[in-house]
Design a protein around this ligand. Structure first.
Ligand SMILES: [Zn+2]
Length: 440
């Protein structure tokens, strides 16, 4: 059995131990597994992750316990390591990663106090505990705990922390003695029992069997904060954090809140109100945009339908573009604006694919048979073909777009193609212009 030094002094950060046994050869496939006569390293157990640190200057990868023997799994030695190997009988200097351990002590003890107060106030027993990297959870066997109840318990928990009461661990050989204490949970073991008590044993904030590591006073927990409540299998799952983790979370949330306040020219008191006002404004803008787009789409379709027979002169196209939604010749290349008696090509730099599809939908009912309409979105490097008889738009795309790396398809009355560059898009439009501007 390994002598567990953390049971007698949880604050011991360094120790020289003697190696009892060495398994493995220090390779990645077969790492060293060290057994020491006594150890400061807490092994994974009771919902608390193991300690890390160094033994003989080599980093500890994992610490587990089997039948009372603590096993220290080591990482491979590096060039900087103090030793190149381990042998039974060696004396080795052990050093804890104290920041990690202390955080575990804070979080673990925070969980004790919170669970103890849930038990005292609601009679709820903690049936499950998980310590994640960003938060912890406890499952209290009371369904539907409300936000108000949780807030009150959170406050009472922090009051226990501020009162800085002693946290004691007592060891019992037999359960009859241990059961005289006001335990939160019935004992599940018969011997070698350790009972942790937060506060006076006559009226403790928590009293329960536990093998983990705890600070000597509740004040060292620092802070407990509940984040979220969730219904879970007829119980309430409580998400929370404690100690440095809760403080780091507060710093992070404060940074986010400060950025939001700056963005909305607000402070903590009126931020939510200002966000609500902004949301209402955004809703109005979206409605206006919707109406404007509808108007632009209708005018763009009208412009195409009324443009046939007009010679493709720059000035005329500009004049016959009352909606302002498609570019004039002065802005776009000739390729993207074209009008003949069989083909019309328009570019709409500010419209997206759905807008172009809406234009195509209007055209597909009204275009004269044999006329092909091409709507180009240079914003998205795509185009839509529309026709009402006389062309198979889907086939035009299918047979030709791939030549310029275009992808797409559709049916006889409408089809779309997407290109990876503006150059490819323009080449395809030039092709359509040459192939379809005159009668076959
Ligand atoms: Zn504990």
């Amino acid at each position: 059995m390994t002598k567990k030094l953390y049971q007698s002094d949880v604050y011991q950060k360094e120790h020289t131990s003697t190696i009892i046994d060495v398994m493995g050869d220090g390779t990645q496939e077969n790492p060293w597994l060290l057994v020491l006569d006594e150890t400061i390293f807490f092994p994974t157990g009771g919902g608390q992750p193991c300690d890390l640190g160094t033994i003989g200057g080599v980093a500890v990868a994992e610490v587990t316990e089997k039948d009372g023997i603590v096993l220290h799994q080591m990482l491979s030695a590096t060039e900087d390591s103090a030793v190149t190997g381990f042998n039974a009988g060696d004396k080795v200097f052990c050093r804890l990663d104290w920041a990690r351990r202390f955080e575990h002590m804070q979080r673990h003890c925070g969980e004790h106090i919170l669970s103890g107060i849930f038990f005292r106030e609601l009679g709820g027993v903690n049936r499950g505990f998980h310590m994640g990297s960003d938060y912890m959870t406890i499952d209290i066997d009371v369904p539907g705990i409300t936000k108000e109840q949780a807030e009150r318990i959170e406050t009472l928990t922090n009051e226990v922390i501020w009162s800085n009461v002693p946290v004691t661990t007592r060891y019992f050989e037999e359960r009859t003695e241990a059961e005289k204490l006001p335990l939160r949970k019935a004992l599940a073991i018969d011997e070698d029992i350790s009972i942790v008590c937060v506060g006076d044993e006559s009226n403790p904030a928590d009293c329960v069997a536990c093998c983990g590591t705890h600070p000597a006073t509740s004040g060292q927990v620092g802070l407990v904060k509940i984040f979220k409540l969730e219904n879970y299998k007829g119980m309430t799952r409580v998400y929370f954090n404690a100690g440095k983790g809760a403080f780091t979370d507060y710093q992070n949330k404060h940074r986010i809140l400060s950025e939001l306040n700056l963005k909305y020219s607000a402070d903590d008191k009126d931020l939510l109100e200002k966000i609500k006002t902004q949301d209402e404004k955004n809703k109005e803008v979206r409605q206006e945009l919707f109406q404007l787009k509808n108007s632009v789409i209708t005018k763009a379709a009208d412009e195409i339908l009324h443009s046939f027979g007009v010679p493709a002169k720059k000035a005329e196209v500009k004049k016959k573009n009352p909606s302002g939604s498609s570019r004039s010749f002065s802005e776009a290349s000739d390729t993207l604006i074209h009008t003949s008696d069989r083909l019309v090509i328009r570019e709409y730099p500010y419209l997206n694919v759905n807008d172009l599809l809406a234009i195509a939908k209007i055209l597909s009912n009204q275009l004269e048979s044999g006329i092909l309409a091409v709507m180009v979105s240079t914003r998205e490097n795509l185009l839509i073909l529309a026709a009402s008889g006389g062309h198979d738009c889907g086939k035009i795309i299918k047979d030709n777009a791939l030549v310029w790396n275009g992808k797409g398809g559709g049916n006889a009355s409408g089809a779309r193609a997407l290109f990876s560059s503006r150059e490819d898009l323009e080449c395809f439009v030039t092709f359509v212009r040459q192939a379809y501007s005159t009668r076959p």
